[in-house]
Design a protein around this ligand. Structure first.
Ligand code: TRP
Length: 334
């Protein structure tokens, strides 16, 4: 029996190489050896002020992007098409320690960001967000959750909820999920290698996986190489980032020979940049083509995802039925 992997991602705009090499590529690779569930979590995206029309658009845009880079549609679902997540989340609110939820650092970070904004609005949903996340994971009895270190606290909360529930019902009903930490490169912004590649910093700070070749080459060409504070013989953050991108994109031969040049002190930045651009264009051309094909069959693709969500929902419904019965919620079976 294959082990179960689950991960989710919030629908937010473009997919850049930081997202791809840091997380999504791993999702694609895990499909070979695990039973995978991958969710686009639109309920989670409601926890911060948002625009309904944009939410819908970015949910579907992310589905298309994920499929274009190789996530299999049968493994993909949209969270709100499996409403049992929210039902389990209510039940879990009653098995989650208030003190522990109050200590979640992601809540503290996001709520302090909101406090700085005009109306300072912080939703209760943002507070209970990790409880919904626990429901996402436990509803499928996931063994492994591939996420970054920043999610460790949420995973620990998920295990504590599972444990408390198991203790009450007197059996190991829920699997205690583990984080699957895979070595993934942390890609930096090419415009400012001191910060992570991210959308929030602005357009020039991220390279869209689906960008046209010319734009991609231009962005790499203008990548910052020297930040002025690098000692003689040491590698600057910008060069290091270009080498990481080259390796991540599978330009192994070029990586070895250019690294050799670096060590000999003969590396020409233009050569490194050209190799990086070639490698990125190389891996992303089929993605861009696949995306165009998916978009030309929009309706069909959407139906496919609705069908896979319905299929995945059956598993969630089975859990909910059992959980309600075990929790003493009446009238499950008439
Ligand atoms: N909290 C995760 C993030 O910020 C997203 C997420 C929601 C998630 N539900 C999940 C991740 C379940 C893994 C499993 O990235």
């Amino acid at each position: 029996m294959k082990k179960t992997v689950l991960s989710c991602i919030q629908p937010t705009g473009d997919m850049h190489f930081g997202n791809y090499f840091g997380a999504v590529k791993n999702w694609v690779d895990l499909q070979a050896n695990y039973d995978c569930y991958y969710g686009v979590v639109d309920y989670h995206a409601m926890t911060m002020p948002y625009n309904p029309k944009k939410l819908k658009e970015s949910t579907w845009a992310l589905i298309f992007n994920l499929m274009a880079v190789g996530v299999k549609p049968e493994n993909l679902f949209i969270q709100s098409l499996v409403p049992e997540h929210t039902e389990l989340s209510w039940i879990f609110n009653c098995f989650a320690s208030y003190g522990q939820v109050s200590r979640m650092t992601q809540f503290k970070d996001k709520s302090s960001q909101s406090e700085e904004k005009a109306d300072g609005y912080i939703s209760t949903g943002l507070f209970t967000y990790p409880v919904l996340q626990a429901a996402d994971i436990l509803i499928y009895r996931a063994d492994y959750v591939p996420v970054g270190k920043d999610q460790d606290q949420h995973l620990e909360l998920s295990r504590n909820i599972a444990q408390r529930f198991n203790n009450m019902v007197g059996k190991d009903y829920f699997v205690l999920p583990e984080t699957l930490h895979t070595e993934t490169p942390s890609i930096r912004s090419t415009a400012d290698p001191t910060r992570k590649m991210s959308k929030s910093a602005g357009e020039k700070h991220y390279i869209n996986v689906f960008a046209e070749e010319a734009r991609m080459r231009k962005q790499i060409k203008s990548a910052v190489t020297d930040t002025g504070d690098t000692a003689q013989g040491e590698m600057s953050a910008g060069i290091e980032n270009l080498f990481s991108l080259l390796k991540a994109a599978g330009g192994n031969e070029a990586h070895v020979s250019l690294m050799d040049d670096f060590n000999k002190g003969t590396l020409r930045y233009v050569d490194l940049k050209e190799a990086v651009a070639d490698a990125l264009v190389n891996i992303s051309t089929p993605f861009r083509e696949k995306k165009a094909e998916l978009i030309s069959n929009k309706k069909e693709v959407k139906n496919k995802i609705k069908a896979s969500s319905a299929e995945i929902r059956k598993r969630a419904q089975e859990t909910i039925r059992e959980v309600k019965e075990l929790s003493g919620l009446g009238n499950v079976r008439f």
